[in-house]
Ligand binder design. Structure first.
Ligand code: ZN
Length: 220
C-alpha cells in the first residue's frame, strides 16, 4: 500500500502509549502532538555522508531534544511502540523527497545476531515496517559485530564497517535490479549506511538511497 493519503499521526492503538503528548504533556493528544512536530521537526534534511556508493540520505529530524530521548526509549528501554510515531516523521520526510515513492523495496539495516538477541527486536525494522511499503527485512546480513559505533572516531568507523554486511545468498534474487531504500534510526558519519549500500550494489541492486529518522552532527 502506498503511504500517500495515510493519516499523519498513527493511532494510539499502534503504540500503547498514554494519551498525552510525550514532549509537551498536552492532553488529549497523540504521542507526539502537531505543535511539537511543527516546533521540533521543521523540515527533513539531506545528511552529509562519508564518501561511498550511497546516492542520497534523507533524515527526518536533527538528533537532539526531544528525538534523542524518544529514540532511547525505542532502542534501550524496550518500548518498540515508539517506532509508530517516529516512523510517521520518516514517512513525511520520505514523501517530501519522493524517496518512498521511487523505491521498489525498503531494506532495514540489520543488527548483529548478538545485539538482536539482547534487544529482542531491530529498531530499524520496527521503523521500516510501519512505512507501508514492500520490504526485504532479511536481505542484508550483518557479518561483523565489534565495538558499538558510538565508541569509535570517524576513521575507526570507516575501517570498522568495511565488509560488515553481505546479501544473504538465498535472497540475492530479491535485490537484483531493484531500487532500494535503506532504513535506519540514526546516521552519524554514514559509514554503516555506505557499507550496507556497497553490499546491496555488489549483489546487483539498481540503486540505493537511505531514509533515517535522525542525523547527528558528524564527529571530528
Ligand atoms: Zn506536544
Amino acid at each position: 500500500m502506498p503511504s500517500t493519503g495515510q493519516p499523519l499521526h498513527p493511532t494510539r492503538a499502534h503504540c500503547g502509549l498514554p494519551s498525552t503528548c510525550a514532549v509537551c504533556g498536552q492532553w488529549p493528544a497523540e504521542p507526539l502532538c502537531h505543535d511539537c512536530i511543527d516546533r521540533f521537526a521543521p523540515a527533513p534534511r539531506t545528511a552529509p555522508l562519508v564518501p561511498g556508493p550511497l546516492s542520497t540520505c534523507v533524515a527526518a529530524v536533527a538528533y537532539g531534544y526531544p528525538w534523542s530521548g524518544l529514540l532511547a526509549r525505542l532502542k534501550f528501554h524496550d518500548e518498540p511502540g515508539w517506532a509508530g510515531p517516529l516512523a510517521m516523521l520518516m514517512a513525511q520526510a520520505g514523501r517530501h523527497g519522493g524517496l518512498l515513492a521511487a523505491c521498489d523495496a525498503l531494506v532495514p539495516v540489520p543488527l548483529s545476531h548478538r545485539r538482536l538477541a539482547e534487544r529482542g527486536y531491530n529498531q530499524a525494522w520496527e521503523l521500516a515496517r510501519r512505512l507501508q511499503r514492500p520490504a526485504l527485512p532479511q536481505a542484508l546480513v550483518r557479518c561483523l559485530d565489534g565495538a558499538p559505533q558510538h565508541t569509535l572516531d570517524r576513521s575507526e568507523r570507516l575501517s570498522h564497517m568495511r565488509g560488515a554486511f553481505m546479501v544473504h545468498p538465498e535472497r540475492a534474487a530479491s535485490v537484483r535490479g531493484r531500487r532500494l531504500l535503506l532504513i535506519d534510526d540514526v546516521v552519524t558519519t554514514g559509514a554503516t549506511l555506505q557499507a550496507a549500500a556497497a553490499a546491496l550494489l555488489a549483489a546487483g541492486a539498481a540503486s540505493v538511497d537511505a531514509l533515517v529518522l535522525a542525523a547527528t552532527p558528524a564527529p571530528l
